[in-house]
Ligand binder design. Structure first.
Ligand code: GRF
Length: 203
């Protein structure tokens, strides 16, 4: 990545990963020059967290745009104006347009609560839990045009113990995410991730 490290974090809901990242920016662990929250949900809790940490947040209302392409074009305008050069998806519920992904090629990261390529898409934790798998986990990957299919950067395994309930598994996964996502982002911000095809090397 270039020397400038201005991040936009996209979230649509609770925003616990957003907060975990912001804390690490604030305490200097993550060397980002600027953090910004972008959301498509007016009342999402992530916005309250942004307020608490005095992070600029911008709500872009999908209802005001004819289609997703126009919406994503608006997002690009905003990101350009804010001089953003990397995008961190943290529970963002909309699928990005191919031209948006191209514009930020290899500069968009996502976290997904399963061991991809198993259980892409929604309700990944519950689907893994109900599948009889004895392990699931967390994946951080670069975003390409396939949903939850971009090059995998890092994964962490979470065992599904026999006596574990779904809620307990969810809580455990979220707790690990809050440590894991900032850790991977740090590698990214330090320019230590090299992508070659589907392979991501940590140098
Ligand atoms: C996380 O489980 C993340 O893996 C997934 O969406 C969830 C967002 O949670 N992509 P939160 O909004 O960060 O609390």
């Amino acid at each position: 990545m270039s020397s400038k490290k201005n991040l936009a974090i996209f979230a649509s809901g609770n925003g616990s990963n957003f907060e975990a990242i912001v804390k690490k920016i604030k305490d200097g662990t993550l060397k980002a020059d600027k953090g910004l929250l972008i959301t498509n949900k007016k009342d999402c809790f992530a916005r309250k967290r942004a307020e608490k940490y005095q992070i600029k947040d911008i709500f872009v209302d999908p209802a005001k745009y004819k289609n997703r392409a126009e919406y994503d074009q608006k997002l690009i305008e905003i990101l350009d104006k804010e001089d953003i050069n990397a995008v961190v998806l943290a529970g963002y519920k909309l699928i990005l347009s191919p031209f948006f992904i191209k514009r930020f090629e290899n500069k968009i990261l996502n976290i997904h609560p399963s061991l991809l390529p198993r259980f892409p898409g929604n309700n990944a934790i519950a689907r893994a839990f109900n599948s009889g798998c004895r392990v699931t986990g967390i994946t951080v990957h670069f975003v390409d045009v396939g949903v939850d299919r971009g090059p995998i950067i890092a994964q962490e395994v979470v065992p599904i113990e026999k006596n574990m309930g779904l809620e307990e598994l969810e809580a455990e996964i979220h707790q690990i995410e809050h440590r894991f996502y900032p850790y991977v982002l740090k590698l990214f911000l330090e320019d230590r991730l090299k992508i070659k095809g589907r392979d991501v090397k940590i140098i």
